[in-house]
Design a protein around this ligand. Sequence first.
Ligand code: SAM
Length: 245
Amino acid sequence: MPKNDWNDAQTAQAWDVNGDSRNPIRAEQLDILVSVLADALQPDDWFVDLGFGSGKVEELIFSKIAGVRGIGIDMSEAMMKLAEDRLKPYRGRFETVARNLADLSTLQLDKPIRAAVAVQSLHHLSQEAMYAAYQWIYQTLEPGGVFLLSDRMQVASAAQWTLLRSLWKRQDRLYHSHVTPHEGDSFEHHQQTVIDRGDYPIPLIQQLTWLQSIGFDAFCLHVHAHRALIAAVKPAEGPKVATTE
Ligand SMILES: C[S@@+](CC[C@H](N)C(=O)[O-])C[C@H]1O[C@@H](n2cnc3c(N)ncnc32)[C@H](O)[C@@H]1O
């Protein structure tokens, strides 16, 4: 299986059209993500999307939440062009930054950011870059801001793969999706397939531990098989404690 080349127009188009068939849980997790954002954001608030791709997540957010505005970061011109076309009805509500997500440390956004989202994007980063992206999100968010991560988690053992395969087969029966062939026909094959695609997922427990270690209040909103939706809240500034001299 070739590594995903997001700069290739055909790869971008194919993902845009067929991506959901390998993740039938995506619609449910995106609906939860948008429901949470709808309560967390006010009109005119800004969110940032890491790896916004062809703009499907923004289309959903803008169509359901009045007045919110977004900044998207991605480095694939092919995906960003698809997003530009898709988001024409929402011109004025979305700004883009062409940038490698592995190189965020010097990026400063000139807007107060109330929420961050990353959907099926950060697992493309190395572990070091993923952790650094979480640190950047923490620094970028306003106090009380929320980060929502919907992504694939690592399948860490043959025992896990065996049980998950039952869920993937069930998903394919229920949703007419194509998850089972996408995830390999043995644990070893699965691991190789994931690496060959350029995916570097980490286990759910590791994600939560990392986010907590950075200072977030992190917990899982939804998980089905190897797909998790994690919420990480940056604590609001506590009340100032009066000091006596
Ligand atoms: C599977 S698509 C998901 C797109 C979008 N988040 C969605 O769910 O519809 C992954 C996106 O992450 C972007 N991406 C992957 N690695 C990246 C990196 N190192 N820097 C910037 N963008 C990256 C790709 O260009 C692609 O647009």
